[in-house]
Design a protein around this ligand. Sequence first.
Ligand code: ATP
Length: 734
Amino acid sequence: MPTVAVAKTVQLSSLGISHIPSPETLLQECRDPGISLSPPRQAKRRPAIVMMESEDDDHPNQPIGTPDEAFSTASRNRKAFRHLQEQRKQLPIARGRESLIRSIASNDVTIILGETGSGKTTQLPQYLLEGGSYHGQIAVTQPRRVAATSLAARVSAEQGQALGTLVGYSVRFDERVGLGTRIKYLTDGMLVREMMNDPLLTCYDVVIVDEAHERTLRTDIVLASLKRILALRNGNGVDSSAKGKAKANPLKVVIMSATLDAEKFSKFFESAPVLYVKGRQHPVSIYYTSSSQSDYLDAALRTFFQIHVDRPPGDVLIFLPGQDDIENLESSLRMYANQLPQNVPDVIICSLYASLPNGQQAKVFLPTPPDSRKCILATNIAETSITIPGVRYVIDSGKQKEKRHLARIAGSGFDTLLTTDITKSSATQRAGRAGREGHGYCFRLYTEEAFNSMIASVEPEVLRSSLTSVYLQLKVIGQDLDTMPFMDRPDQESVGSALRTLWLLDAIDDSRHLTDFGRSLAVFPLEPQYAATLLASVKHNCTAEVMSVVALLSSSSPLFPDTSSQRDKANEARTKFRHPSGDHWTMLNVFRAYDEVCASEGKSGRKDWCKHNFVNQRALREAWSIRAQLRGICERMDIDWSLSCGNEESPLLRSLLRGLLQHVALLQPDGTYKQVMGPSVVKIHPSSFLTDKRSPAIIYNELVYTTNIYARGVSAVYKSFIAEFPKLTGMRLS
Ligand SMILES: Nc1ncnc2c1ncn2[C@@H]1O[C@H](COP(=O)(O)OP(=O)(O)OP(=O)(O)O)[C@@H](O)[C@H]1O
């Protein structure tokens, strides 16, 4: 295979980027199965770097993805609409249109395997709609919200309709559908929620489970539920209640992916037929490094600048494991991009990760200005389904963050988030994000041998996640985790841990039946523990305070980011928020202070305030948005969310204790804490604001496991509060 000969327009080493060793080496080391390099592009003026600022986002519920305004303009524009129709016809899947429609019509379940970009996700629902055989809705599930919203926008445009009319989407905390909506893109989690009100999914004629290879917990629940629904609606199962109802309102199920284990899925659905969509619209050339890279951030930085100075126009999408890596690489990229000479185009940097507010995620989809190159730093939320217009190059670090629930440890178990190698399936999906609009290039920052030794696909989430929330949701739809026909059965430890938590919360009774309280918990899109805290706040007259704390605890970013390099300054700045009872009241103090700042300051004032006080504005903004949603739910449930305890300490702590029963620990003579509901001895995390580190009893949000087991998010509670819960006292308190 040829070595890539890179023509250089700029010597990076002349830019003072001294610690990047010979920047051109990386690509020269890459091997490419048949690429011919285009000539270097013309040098241009304008050296400055343009930033897509991670600024305030005042529109947290703005739809993500290609702005639909752009699409509705396009749809009004006949020429653009005709162009979209032409594009549709060119997709590989178009050739199989009739046979796909036929196969789906004659089978309950159809499995479709087709390369990335072949047109499965955007076209199949439209074929079924245009075919005219289905009069109900068509659901298309996605593992991630960014995909659901951006796909709905694209397909609306292809139908020449405004988003939310014929084609819409539904994701947690955001929905855009109308009475006439026929194609609905929704997250698999939302479909599970819909089953709570409509267990047989009667409003759908077709359910398409897309990206099924990801095997998220919710996807697996959808798959198992569909099996049962098929039996009931199509009368092809053993369920006796199905008799008589058969075929009145049959359901069609389609399972799709570019990288799924077709045989396993087919077997799961009683030998469902597998159809292959052949071909892809544009090729993607793959490069590997010749030796493994110890520092993937440095390798990504070098590769990006090599592309930037040597390669023709086209945006770059870099896959990194998490937000920290994204922020680190972003600051390095900015620094070096600022030093680029006059004749190199601008660099526009933007990020895409789950906790980024929707409005900022949307910026990724904005057109790149001329004479610029967009560099998108993303986690694996950009890995499947989405098309980011303009992306021609993908840089794949080969790493991801993987959440794992260790049910065996510390009674209730705890979650870990580890950086791990990706799977072959992820690598294929990542490469597939290039080559959507033309020939694409994917630079893998690992060797071909490393790729060959990757495992084929990820371990299903049901085997490595906390099952508490899911157990509850299943109960609400009349199902039992223990008897659910999962493709892979979760282990008994995890099931037991979920069961214990729900029983302690009084969500289920001694016979494992769902209680009314459990049913109320499930209404909130929160972990059941926090939903219990919220409901308890009504009794203690502190719903306003609890909503703020629970919203902060449900935010995906920490309120107090790690500030190891400026620890003393950060501690000093944060002292003013400190509450002697510990971290929950301290969090509330920050939230209240930020609230006041929002009332008096503009965007930059708020940002400065957060910076000055070493608190994470992202967490606060996200919490604001979550709090607003919780308020809406409280209103619908007739709960007075304005109930306030002012500065009285106990009500908030008693409400928290109601939800955190499993996270109670008692002081031992040696100063450590012993769990009430588990075997472990834990220490209070050094970052805790709790003043008296020898308080007789504590509650905590979570455990972290380093050299010791640490309790994080800690508050002191009176033992007399604990005595109010017979389930706890009966077990351990004396
Ligand atoms: N937002 C968009 N902007 C521009 N082109 C798009 C957009 N969405 C889809 N396309 C075009 O439609 C093609 C098919 O996309 P689609 O998502 O249907 O493919 P797919 O087979 O489902 O791929 P994957 O398995 O990667 O999800 C893309 O390759 C791209 O050319």
